[in-house]
Design a protein around this ligand. Sequence first.
Ligand code: SF4
Length: 167
Amino acid sequence: MKMAGFYDESISNGLGWRAVLFVSGCPHNCPGCQNKMAQSFDYGEEFDKQKIIDKICENSILKGITISGGEPLCKENVKEVMDFIKDVKKVRPNFNVWCYSGYTIEELKNRNDEITNQALKEIDVLVDGRFVQEKKDPTLKFRGSSNQRILDVQKCIQENRIVQVAL
Ligand code: SF4
């Protein structure tokens, strides 16, 4: 997997101070995508998991990690993203994990794929759905268009319904 970028601290990609990893590669090709270069699986630099974990460990103000892209949960990236989250939690067990995906949670569950299901178990908050230009709204917090939802993933799974995070 390649990565399109990394912020070692940010407050605009989820609640609280967070590290943000942007993975490369996305199959959705949403019109108006703000990160078009990251749609290519060849864009950016080789993802060096240990290097990123070391950077996270250096910063004590961080409360969590956000995985964005690109598409973290496409079939090409999902396993490496899941392994990364698991390894981050080994050194930062209280970290809160946000993930941005162009797939809806329903699409991810309907894959019936063991790796995807395991990855979802590692994620606290999923901002789901493709970016829809006609629904773009700059006043929205943490999302680009109004079709996207900010989901409490564990409640969605346990209660088998859509549970959005109250911000
Ligand atoms: S899902 Fe995100 S990265 Fe992928 S094409 Fe759509 S806006 Fe761009």
